[in-house]
Design a protein around this ligand. Structure first.
Ligand code: KIV
Ligand code: ZN
Length: 391
């Protein structure tokens, strides 16, 4: 693998599906998994096999279906979880077990009522046991974001010795600031023996709206895998949004980091996940929101009509959106009205446009968005309609 390649680990079907009330059935998961494989993700986390017979069945079915990506199953550091995951993944062309345990003081004290040494022992046992089923074992240090770096480095070094191939450093609670998360990855790169033989992975939650920024800081500081979900869905405020990190790396080539994602598929798969789960992104969601390529103020519309790049840093076609939208509202100017009128067959002279624009503003003040049939009506009802159609 090239040193500039960032692996995309999609967890829409595992962490993403932890959104309350958004359970998917096996058929829906298979449709999404097939699209993720075509999208070019490197790893699909298909589920948590021990959690229910339904999840086991889904992971097994996805393992049989997926042609290119690695298929991964989550476990706790519990022998039976790992055995069941090994079983569910046995048909996968490239299987991975994702096992781990909480490493922060809070998790060790309150969740496990344990101590640091006993946690390391459990981690090593889990990785060693997982290795008896698959070669590719990813270890997560849950709540690594709030784990002391020196202890985290010790955990990482020990699980590498036990055979872990990927080390996941989750900011489980979405607590870290980007510079802190980046520094954590850098610290591990510099202080863990054997770190260059494994892949460091970012898994960031969005409680403070920093999941995407943290993941980018992670890869800038040496991580080479990002765990993310379509539309950023997931527990609480969600996970890192796949479409965001992928487009950030694409739009900033100076970072010299790339992915295998076929970006033209992003909008379609976003819609598929929204419809399957019944949760829709907010209109201003980056990349895939309904307004991500819509322009409504007069100043912006005038710029975009002259040259799209004045107000758009991404070509909408690059993410599968057919074109930028010029939305007509009471904030729109003459350029936008002329552009939309032309699209429906009315080429207005400057004088005609001045006349129609007054009627348009009157209408737009009463209606939030003016659509094509409204423009038709405004022109038809105007005093100069006959002039317009005869000119
Ligand atoms: O957020 C988290 O820590 C997780 C782990 C189970 C990987 O989802
Ligand atoms: Zn998570």
């Amino acid at each position: 693998m090239s040193d500039n390649k960032v692996q995309i680990f999609d967890t829409t079907l595992r962490d993403g599906e932890q959104v309350p009330g958004c359970k998917l059935n096996t058929e829906q998961k298979l449709v999404i998994a097939e699209q993720l494989d075509l999208l070019g993700v490197d790893i699909i986390e298909a589920g948590f096999p021990v959690s229910s017979p339904g999840d086991f069945k889904s992971v097994e079915a996805i393992s049989k279906l997926v042609k290119h990506a690695t298929v991964c199953g989550l476990t706790r550091s519990v022998e039976n979880d790992i055995k069941v995951a090994g079983e569910a993944l046995k048909f996968a062309k490239k299987p991975r077990i994702h096992t781990g345990i909480g490493t922060s003081d809070s998790h060790i004290k309150f969740k496990f009522k344990s101590n640091q040494e006993a946690i390391i022992e459990r981690a090593v046992k889990a990785v060693s046991y997982a290795k008896t089923f698959v070669e590719d074992v990813e270890f997560y240090a849950e709540d690594a974001g709030r784990t002391d770096n020196a202890y985290l480095a010790r955990v990482c070094e020990t699980v590498i010795k036990a055979g872990a191939t990927v080390l996941n450093i989750p900011d489980t609670t979405g607590y870290c600031l980007p510079n802190e998360y980046g520094a954590k990855i850098k610290y591990l790169k510099e202080n863990v023996k054997g770190i260059d033989n494994v892949i460091l992975s970012c898994h960031c939650h969005n409680d403070l709206g920093l999941a995407t920024a943290n993941s980018i800081e992670g890869v800038v500081n040496g991580a080479r895998q990002i765990e993310c979900t379509i539309n950023g869905i997931g527990e609480r405020a969600g996970n890192t949004a796949l479409e965001e990190v992928v487009m950030i790396l694409k739009q900033h080539p100076h970072l010299n980091l790339n992915t295998n994602i076929k970006t033209e598929m992003l909008y379609g798969i976003s819609q598929l996940v929204s419809e399957s789960m019944g949760i829709y992104s907010q209109p201003n969601k980056a990349i895939v929101g309904a307004n991500a390529f819509a322009h409504s103020s007069g100043i912006h519309q005038d710029g975009v009509i002259k040259n799209r790049e004045t107000y758009e840093i991404i070509n909408p076609k690059d993410v599968g959106v057919t074109e930028s939208a010029i939305v007509l509202t009471a904030r729109s100017g003459r350029a936008a009205l002329a552009y939309r009128a032309k699209n429906i067959g009315f080429e207005l002279t400057k004088l005609q446009l001045d006349e129609i624009y007054v009627n348009f503003l009157d209408f737009a003040d009463r209606k939030k968005v003016v659509n094509d049939s409204d423009i038709h009506q405004i022109i038809e009802k105007s005093k100069i309609y006959k002039d317009i159609i005869s000119s």
